[in-house]
Design a protein around this ligand. Structure first.
Ligand code: C5P
Length: 223
């Protein structure tokens, strides 16, 4: 039963303020993309990988794969205007007989093998999907403008990361519908009644948004 990974790397990453897309920001002397790609390629759980690359950065993405001697990269597709469009375009390269698809943000370079294991194991327990989650440290409030209107029950809330894993047919069906405004893949599956398991995530899966995040993740890299 083949497990495919989709690596969403087509974002512009404007908040990093660099002249290149975020996936090509330098992290420990290599493009950010190299880190998550190497971990997916080295994972015992993953069979094939499709990269969604920024337009005009398809070739450099292939070069990154070659530099790390990746053996599982099936193809690189040009990403879309939004993350979900990029994932949908990458899903088109995943064959019909794939059993499961794991979708990961290249912006989360440190990808622990045990998180991959946790989300994929859930699919074997009859869930439609699984997402890594972290408990919230802060109190969460709903606001309208600058007015606080509600304090939410924190014990019922979690922060959600990637990699997110899904039964391939379930994910494909979710992406066949309306893609306006989903914040992650799971929300599309949930909207169609899919059962998604929350499994423990990892603080090291921090999403790199600005220079400070980049420096923090760099400090966590193995020497
Ligand atoms: O912009 P943000 O950091 O939230 O993006 C999350 C992930 O989705 C990143 O890895 C980014 O490369 C990817 N993305 C994409 N296509 C887009 C926008 C974002 O693949 N159009």
């Amino acid at each position: 039963m083949a497990v495919w990974a989709v690596l969403a790397a087509a974002g512009k990453g404007e908040r990093l303020g660099s002249d290149r897309p975020k996936a090509f920001a330098r992290l420990g002397g290599r493009p950010l993309l190299a880190e998550s790609l190497e971990r997916l390629d080295g994972s015992d759980w993953i069979d094939q990988i499709v990269i969604a690359a920024p337009a005009e950065w398809e070739e450099p993405s292939i070069l990154v794969a070659e530099e790390i001697v990746a053996t599982k990269v099936h193809s690189t597709v040009t990403g879309g205007e939004t993350r979900s469009e990029s994932v949908r375009l990458a899903l088109e390269a995943v064959p019909e007989d794939a059993a499961a698809v794991l979708v990961h943000d290249a912006a989360r370079p440190l990808l622990p093998e045990d998180v991959i294991e946790r989300v994929l194991t859930a699919l074997g327990e009859d869930w439609d999907g699984a997402v890594p989650t972290l408990p919230l440290a802060d109190t969460i409030k709903r606001v309208e403008g600058d007015r606080v209107v509600e304090t939410l029950a924190r014990d019922a809330l979690v922060a959600v990361q990637t990699p997110q894993a899904f039964v391939a047919d379930v994910l494909r069906a979710a992406f066949a519908g309306d893609l306006s405004d989903p914040t992650d893949c799971s929300s599309l599956v949930e909207a169609r009644g899919g059962r998604v398991k929350a499994v423990p995530g990892d603080p090291r899966l921090l999403k790199v948004t600005d220079e400070e995040d980049l420096a923090l993740v760099e400090s966590w890299l193995e020497p």
